[in-house]
Design a protein around this ligand. Structure first.
Ligand code: ATP
Length: 456
């Protein structure tokens, strides 16, 4: 069975994900992607961009600045209310989210509780009435619930007493909203159209654990669709479906995905849902699809004084477009991809093989070139150079062939090419399939065509 420990150990030992600042004992909730991990994550982002930007002729890409005018966060409501209900344990000095304490308690007791709909006072009463204790030390000596701001503050300017506070953006979405007019005008875009962006976001999250699931620095992949209100529900449903189809297209198993409608809606929202993935710790949010009404553009109109009215070129009707938002964390998706791919197989003779069934487009290396013996390395390097022109390959001549196969299986390399003495004679190689372990003899050109076809 896949556990988060197995995934994080594999990631650490195979250059996929390391603890952030590890040699200094880390920095809570930060992670570094290693040589293999950065490729997998980049491939995930590329697959997303292809699906939502290149395959959608009315979606435009964007890369907005992380630091934005602080008025953006006033308009969006983040300055006033982007916070979590926190409690500190006075005994062991750990910090907890009140809503998480209640959720965990409810899960253990098999209770159905809609914690999203509870006020701070209701949460406090629930924790007191049910005698919920600190999960770290088991004592009950919490500070009262206080709202803890999630936005990281920093400052600009060099003169110490003349610094302006700026925020590290807690979501990428505002970049799309504040550029609505720029994109619409320069691309001569007609509503409905979308703006998509991939970028870093920062939240001062206080609940660690579950590996990379909830981090203080993460990447979001977001698509904001600007449309007419009367078409917005159809688009909302379309994006629910697209979001799921994308996950299936990169190999996530359907049984591990489900929709979850939000119990509590923001006051401006008409409907919202998440897609959850069944991670080792249970069903948890992977992405969100939100009908945001005209809230975002209207607020930016109000705070910036710039008109966000769009004029329909055919009917001349003027209106503020409605937004349907689709947002997914690249890191959370990568974690789902890794959990989804992991398998331990019992082999004949009692051996166990760990294999990551990554979709070939997501795998770091598409092919690993392995000479059967060291004295074949010249030919093998020639083959490696040829294949590497077409797709990213690995080359490994150290250790037994069995161990080299296992290493590639563990990082999800879909194919291994072995070079033997016949290769010197007729330029053919053996292609080994990661999933079936079957081997086929073919020419190097056939390998190139075969793999390129898979990556299309
Ligand atoms: P959660 O309820 O898990 O805190 P959220 O509902 O606040 O998430 P959104 O603000 O809707 O999340 O952000 C959109 C997406 O960004 C989420 O679906 C998730 O994939 C990702 N995301 C949000 N917060 C984090 C985080 N701290 N670490 C990693 N990914 C995150």
């Amino acid at each position: 069975m896949v556990t988060m420990d197995k995934i994080s150990n594999l990631c650490k030992s195979r250059g996929i994900i390391f603890q952030g600042s590890e040699i200094y004992d880390g920095l809570g909730n930060t992670w570094d992607y290693g040589p293999v991990g950065v490729e997998i994550k980049n491939n995930i982002k590329k697959a997303w961009w292809k699906y939502f930007v290149y395959n959608n002729k009315s979606t435009y890409g964007l890369d907005a600045a992380i630091l934005m005018n602080p008025k953006v966060w006033e308009a969006s409501g983040h300055t006033a209310s982007f916070s979590d209900p926190k409690m500190d344990c006075k005994e062991c000095k750990t910090r907890h989210r009140a809503d998480n304490l209640i959720e965990d308690y409810a899960k253990k007791k098999g209770l159905q509780i809609n914690v999203d709909a509870m006020t701070d006072e209701e949460m406090q009463k629930f924790i007191d009435d049910n005698d919920i204790k600190c999960p770290n030390c088991g004592k009950k000596n919490f500070t009262p619930i206080r709202q803890f701001k999630l936005m990281f503050e920093t400052s600009r300017g060099t003169v110490a007493d003349n610094k302006d506070i700026v925020y590290l953006r807690p979501e990428t979405a505002q970049g799309e909203f504040v550029n609505f007019l720029n994109v619409q005008r320069t691309m001569r875009a007609k509503v409905p159209f979308g703006i998509a962006q991939i970028g870093k976001a920062f939240r001062n999250e206080i609940t660690p654990g579950n590996f990379t699931y909830r981090t203080i620095e993460f990447e979001q992949m977001e698509h904001q669709l600007f449309c007419k209100e009367d078409e917005s529900f159809a688009f909302y449903n379309e994006y629910k479906k697209k979001a799921l189809d994308f996950l299936l297209s990169i190999g996530i198993k359907q049984d591990f995905l489900r929709y979850k409608d939000h119990d509590k809606l923001a006051h401006y929202a008409k409907c919202a849902c998440d897609i959850q993935y069944n991670y080792p710790m249970g069903w948890s949010e992977l992405n969100g699809i939100h009908h945001r009404g005209t809230w975002d553009l209207s607020r930016h109109q109000e705070f910036s004084g710039k008109s966000m009215l769009y004029m329909d070129p055919i009917t001349n009707e003027k209106y503020v477009p409605t937004v349907v938002e689709y947002s997914i964390g690249a890191d959370r998706l990568m974690l789902a991809v890794l959990c989804n791919a992991y398998e331990e197989q019992e082999l004949e003779g009692g051996d166990t093989r760990v294999v990551m069934h990554l979709h070939p487009t997501l795998a770091c290396y598409k092919v690993a070139v392995l000479p059967l013996q060291k004295n074949l390395s010249e030919k093998a390097l020639e083959m490696y150079a040829e294949l590497n022109k077409h797709f990213y390959c690995d080359y490994d001549e150290a250790g037994s062939i069995g161990k080299r196969y296992r290493r590639q299986d563990e990082i999800g390399t879909p194919y291994c090419v072995t070079i033997d003495f016949d290769t010197l004679e007729n330029n053919t190689v053996t292609l080994r399939d990661r999933d079936t372990m079957e081997q086929k003899r073919m020419t190097i050109e056939e390998v190139i065509n075969f793999v390129e076809n898979l990556l299309k």
